[in-house]
Structures are given as structure tokens and as C-alpha cells.
Design a protein around this ligand. Structure first.
Ligand SMILES: [Zn+2]
Length: 89
């Protein structure tokens, strides 16, 4: 049995981070010269835990729809501290 962790550069702040590839939060962004820039037409790119928490705070404040998986109380533990089972990918 093997496990998969996604290691990536956060599309929002540029920090290196790791997460469960199935659960990581993402934003539409595009690589621009040396860093990602938010771009509504870009691919969904993963963001780190602290940026994901800020995004969730904003969604909560603005009353925007929050995906069911993200609204679970253990979401951040599962998304940013648990690896995905390779068999589930
Ligand atoms: Zn970040």
C-alpha cells in the first residue's frame, strides 16, 4: 500500500506546502513569469492551509456557498495532514 501527498507552491502566497491531492483547496490561477496570479480563466491550482483558512473565512463572511467536504470540522486535518491512499486516486 502506498500513499500520495501533493507537494506544491501555493498559488496564493507562494509558500511550499503539502496536502492530500483529493481534498486540497484550489483557486483559478495562472503562472505569470515567476509566480501565480489569480485568474478566473486559469487552471485550478492548489493553495496552502493558511490561505485556505483565509479563503474559507471570506466565504463564511460573505455568505458564499461552501463545499460540503470543506464545511466538515475535520476538513483541514484530512486535507493538509493526511495523505491520500494511492488506491483512491
Ligand atoms: Zn498560501
Amino acid at each position: 500500500m502506498s500513499f500520495v501527498f501533493l507537494v506544491f507552491e501555493c498559488a496564493a502566497c507562494g509558500a511550499w506546502a503539502q496536502a492530500n491531492p483529493q481534498l486540497v483547496m484550489s483557486i483559478p490561477a495562472r503562472w505569470h513569469r515567476t509566480q501565480y496570479a489569480a485568474d478566473g480563466n486559469g487552471n485550478r491550482e492548489p493553495i496552502c492551509e493558511s490561505c485556505a483558512r483565509r479563503l474559507l473565512d471570506r466565504f463564511t463572511r460573505e455568505g458564499l456557498p461552501i463545499p460540503e467536504a470543506v464545511s466538515r470540522s475535520d476538513y483541514f486535518d484530512r486535507a493538509y495532514r493526511d495523505a491520500a491512499d494511492e488506491g483512491e486516486l
